[in-house]
Design a protein around this ligand. Structure first.
Ligand SMILES: [Zn+2]
Length: 353
């Protein structure tokens, strides 16, 4: 099977050129592709008068890895798209497609929100972006350091994206780069790992920062320590949709890697923001606000309360980890994978109150 690879430029501007793949069907062989390529390329160019065809050639397509064949994105608002990650531990069968990825299309460019958990996942997301727009990917915004959100970054940097994160993201990633890449390689295998990498942000955000995509602006906000010490949110000011990264978990057991008191406080503060909807880092592509926060906030408040009580009673940490939070088990997916760590981490933090 062969495809046509077209080099096209927007309005003939050489600064705005890109590749476009054109599938030609299962039957296409090299000879036929060479013979009929020009006709197909010309027809495609006629259908896209805003693009100028520079050249074409025949290639064998890179196959989408099987685990990602059903990779989907949904449009949650005008020009705002979200891919829903799976609730799973990284494995060769999912290539670490385990967190949500967003992209927002402006008049001049695209911003991608989180890079996916491997290069293969990022490539699947890029495929869906290119189905919808030829515009350059101006920014890759990383909502925080966790591997399932950052390891596909190279794919978007290759597209020319500037990588933006919280001011503290750089330090956090430097400290964990080796562990994150070693773990991914071990969990998804050498083949699934290929191309995945930790990339440091080009720019760090302190406080707020506005990005212009042409006809729409994104407001980035760096938060004090909560889920991690480098949580960054993205508000699309055109639709009022708010990407919260892992400041918000739904269905998937929250993972505490910052401060439980900080996280509870921060979400209380953010709960009265006027937005039209929120995108969590894990869970459904769109939730109401602040209603979508209620289950996670109830979980965190309950864990903090029970851990404080255990510490006050002198309960050893191991016993607290065994007993606290059992009543939440039914409400969350991957409970055994994340909940005991949350109790441990809350215990260590609250011990010193
Ligand atoms: Zn996270």
């Amino acid at each position: 099977m062969y495809q046509l690879l077209l080099a096209v430029c927007i309005n003939g501007d050489p600064a705005l050129c890109m590749d476009r793949r054109l599938p030609l069907g299962e039957e296409m062989n090299m000879m036929r592709c060479m013979r009929e390529g020009l006709v197909h390329a010309q027809k495609w160019a006629d259908d896209h008068p805003d693009l100028e065809l520079k050249s074409w050639r025949c290639i064998t397509p890179e196959k989408t890895p099987k685990p990602l064949e059903d990779f989907m994105v949904e449009e949650v608002g005008d020009g705002v798209f979200v891919h829903r990650g799976r609730h799973a531990i990284p494995a060769p069968t999912n290539l670490n497609d385990t967190s949500n990825i967003g992209f927002i299309i402006g008049e001049e460019g695209v911003a991608v929100i989180d890079a996916g958990g491997s290069a293969a996942v990022a490539k699947a997301a890029l495929f869906h972006i290119r189905e919808r727009t030829e515009l350059p990917i101006k920014y890759l915004i990383l909502t925080h350091m966790h591997p399932d959100h950052v390891l596909g970054a190279q794919v978007f940097r290759d597209e020319g994206a500037v990588i933006i994160g919280h001011r503290k993201l750089d330090r956090a990633l430097k400290a964990r780069a080796q562990t994150y890449t070693d773990n991914l390689r071990r969990l998804v295998g050498e083949e699934g790992f290929e191309g995945s990498a930790i990339l440091l942000p080009d720019e760090g955000v302190e406080g707020e920062r506005v990005l212009d995509l042409g006809g729409r602006t994104l407001k980035l906000e760096a938060h004090p320590t909560a889920h991690t010490d480098n949580d960054l949110t993205v508000l699309d000011e055109k639709t009022g949709l708010w990407f919260l990264g892992d400041l918000l978990f739904a269905e998937h057991t929250p993972a505490l890697d910052g401060s439980i008191t900080g996280w509870i406080e921060r979400m209380k503060t953010l709960s009265d923001r006027e937005v039209t909807g929120v995108v969590p880092g894990h869970g459904p592509v769109l939730l109401d606000w602040p209603d979508g926060l209620a289950p996670m906030q109830a979980y965190l408040v309950s864990v903090a309360k029970d851990v404080r009580a255990a510490i006050a009673k002198g309960t050893p940490m191991a016993d607290a980890v065994r007993n606290i939070g059992e009543d939440h088990r039914e409400d969350w997916v991957l409970f055994d994978e994340f909940h005991p760590r949350n109790v441990t981490s809350a215990y260590k933090e609250l011990e010193w109150e």
